[in-house]
Design a protein around this ligand. Structure first.
Ligand code: ZN
Length: 282
């Protein structure tokens, strides 16, 4: 199932399911369902949502405007340097434990929404990433059970202002990673049953049609179960939490000469089975 969030005529966010017939409005179809994708996850309502989407009475929205599938996550956790050749191109050591940083929910934008290039940065970069979406609450999760806590996957772009990420005091990446609009995600949350091998997906990023990242999630250093288990040793994972799992090589700042994003550029991140996430810089 491909869960989406769309806006209705009154600009209210609503949960839906992307089907061959179009986007099914879940709440209009089945009033007992929660009114957000995060609520559907938290309530354990995935089966009811799938049944509503498949029913003959499903209400299909003609021209939905999609937003991020989880527009309001409680947490956005990111894993840095999680592909060997990206660590090498960044001039950093290959990590022996996951490198963890975060973004704030205010950084979330959805498909086709603009990425604002801040006037205060001259080094805005792109990072294609597989994003795991947590489906149920958990703490101190064993690695063997960790994938049971993942509802599914979506496409992300870990947009990064390198001058703010790498050149500020304190060694923190946070400021460079969490400008408003720096966490594009979508177009859909594809449930885990449709992604049987999340660590064997082609992942690509194009800027203005030119392919700049082209890899596979087979290259992840720390796998999804390992990361979920590791994070949950410290804090409680909640339904709808997003985990950006790291980017493959090819990012802009490591290129010679470097490539940075500018107003008008179009980023497309494509992950096998998950779709294409397209955003224009403004
Ligand atoms: Zn990243």
């Amino acid at each position: 199932m491909k869960l989406v969030t769309f806006i209705d005529d009154s600009q209210t966010l609503r949960p839906g399911v992307l089907t061959d017939r179009g986007v099914v409005d879940l709440v209009a179809t089945e009033r007992s369902l929660a009114s957000s994708v995060r609520g559907i996850l938290a309530g354990g309502e995935l089966q009811q949502a799938a049944a509503a989407a498949a029913s003959e009475a499903a209400v299909v929205v003609a021209k939905p405007t999609l937003r991020a599938p989880i527009p309001d996550p409680q947490k956005i956790i990111c894993i840095g340097l999680n592909y060997r050749n990206h660590a090498i191109e960044s001039g950093m050591a290959i990590p022996s434990e996951p490198v963890v940083f975060c973004k704030f929910p205010s950084a979330i934008v959805g498909p086709e929404q603009p990425i604002g290039i801040p006037a205060t940065s001259a080094e805005v970069d792109f990072e294609a990433e597989l994003v795991a979406v947590i489906g149920r609450r958990g703490k101190q999760i064993a690695e063997a059970e960790a994938l049971d806590y993942v509802a599914g996957y979506t496409v992300g772009n870990d947009v990064s202002a390198r001058d703010w990420q790498l050149l500020k005091p304190g060694g923190q990446w946070l400021m460079g990673k969490t400008f408003d609009g720096f966490a594009p995600t979508g177009p859909a949350l594809v449930t885990a049953d449709e992604v049987p091998h999340p660590e064997a997906l082609a992942i690509k990023l194009r800027v203005n049609g030119e392919t700049l990242q082209d890899s596979t999630t087979r290259e992840l250093i720390f796998g999804i179960a390992q990361v979920v288990s590791y994070l949950s040793q410290v804090f409680t994972l909640e339904p709808g939490d997003l985990i950006f799992t790291g980017t493959p090589p090819g990012v802009g700042f490591a290129r010679k000469p470097p490539i940075f994003l500018k107003s008008g550029d179009v980023c497309e991140v494509e992950i096998e089975r998950l779709g294409v996430l397209r955003n224009q810089c403004v």
